[in-house]
Design a binder for this molecule. Structure first.
Ligand SMILES: Cc1cc2nc3c(=O)[nH]c(=O)nc-3n(C[C@H](O)[C@H](O)[C@H](O)COP(=O)(O)OP(=O)(O)OC[C@H]3O[C@@H](n4cnc5c(N)ncnc54)[C@H](O)[C@@H]3O)c2cc1C
Length: 302
């Protein structure tokens, strides 16, 4: 198989994730402009390769034996941010906290919540990321989605947003997104960012290798309105260690790689947490973290 220029073989993925586990991708490439992105996607389609996208890897768990396909990462022009009046047009690879900070400097309000989400704009759209009552759908104007056939512009109403999910398919990549924001005093917006950062620091562990929330907050009435973190805590999971993976002492819904954890350790810990919560209150927790590659998820389903 002849790969396009710049496509690398056996590329280690662990360092592209915040939990730092998992194996290599058979094929890996960066894309800095829409033309290259579409041509890489077309090559993968023609070769029958599955496609994975990595943003900041802040909600991603890669299989220990890696991914038998093409992994793409957006950079350069597809990680840029361009102000346009009250709009901010961001590449899918732009980092959400940086977009929030730029909007503040420009005196634009609406994406302050992004300061707490350590991922990219593309990852945020895919995951319908949210924090502190923010709402992506409210501020998103359009999203440019790349596929093997080309680019396609979609409005938020077409993205099937639900709690921590969208309807974007596996080979669809968010190339760019436009936010329609409102004018505000830059000092006020910066104050809000500082406040949100402080709130985050108070509530969550920092400086650890984690992918943030492991399980979604359940809407099962048996949860009594409790978050996944509180249910895990009540079921005795805070600080629980399997291999080198541990539920954080500070936030029980955060899995921490304490050293040389494998993805298998993380899955075994998640499985143990899930069964303890089931025994404790009957609630089946559903993973929030996204999986890439052949991860053995049997213990996490049903
Ligand atoms: C400390 C910490 C705190 C967090 N707090 C929050 C929070 O408050 N709220 C929240 O919602 N999340 C939170 N997260 C989770 C995570 O940051 C978000 O889900 C984020 O949106 C993921 O973006 P990413 O770029 O890191 O995506 P990745 O983790 O790289 O990927 C996640 C998924 O998005 C897909 N994806 C990535 N980029 C693209 C693209 N360009 N086009 C299409 N699909 C793409 C991937 O294929 C994968 O399926 C937190 C994570 C950490 C580590």
């Amino acid at each position: 198989m002849t790969a396009p220029p710049g496509v690398e073989r056996d590329f280690p993925l662990a360092r592209l994730t915040t939990i730092r586990t998992g194996g290599p991708a058979d094929w890996f490439a960066t894309a800095g402009d829409p033309g290259r992105l579409v041509s890489l996607l077309a090559w993968a389609r023609d070769e029958g390769l599955p496609v994975g996208v990595v943003g900041s890897g802040s909600n991603l768990l890669v299989a220990d034996d890696g991914f038998r396909g093409l992994v793409l990462k957006l950079d350069v022009g597809l990680a840029a941010m361009e102000p346009d009046g009250q709009r901010l047009v961001c590449g899918g690879g732009a980092r959400f906290p940086q977009a929030a900070a730029l909007a503040a400097r420009l005196g634009l309000t609406g994406i302050e919540f992004g300061v707490s989400i350590p991922g990219t704009i593309g990852g945020a759209v895919k995951m319908n990321a949210n924090a502190y009552g923010g709402d992506l759908a409210r501020v998103l104007e359009w999203v440019e989605v790349a596929g093997a056939e080309g680019l396609d512009r979609r409005e938020p109403g077409e993205l099937g947003f639900e709690y921590r999910r969208s309807n974007l398919a596996g080979g669809e990549v968010v190339a760019r997104a436009s936010f329609a924001l409102d004018p505000a005093d830059p000092a006020d917006v910066k104050r809000t960012l500082a406040h949100l950062r402080a709130q985050r620091k108070e509530a969550q562990p920092s400086g650890i290798k984690t992918f943030g929330s492991t399980f979604k907050n359940p809407d099962d009435p048996r949860a009594g309105g409790e978050t996944a973190g509180r249910l895990l805590d009540a079921a005795g999971c805070r600080g629980l260690l399997v291999g080198a993976a541990r539920f954080s002492e500070k936030h029980a819904n955060f899995v921490e790689n304490t050293g040389d954890a494998t993805t298998a350790d993380v899955i075994a810990l998640m499985s143990e947490g899930r069964s303890r919560v089931r025994e404790h209150c009957g609630v089946e927790l559903e993973p929030e973290v996204q999986l890439l590659g052949d991860v053995d998820t049997e213990a996490l389903c049903g």
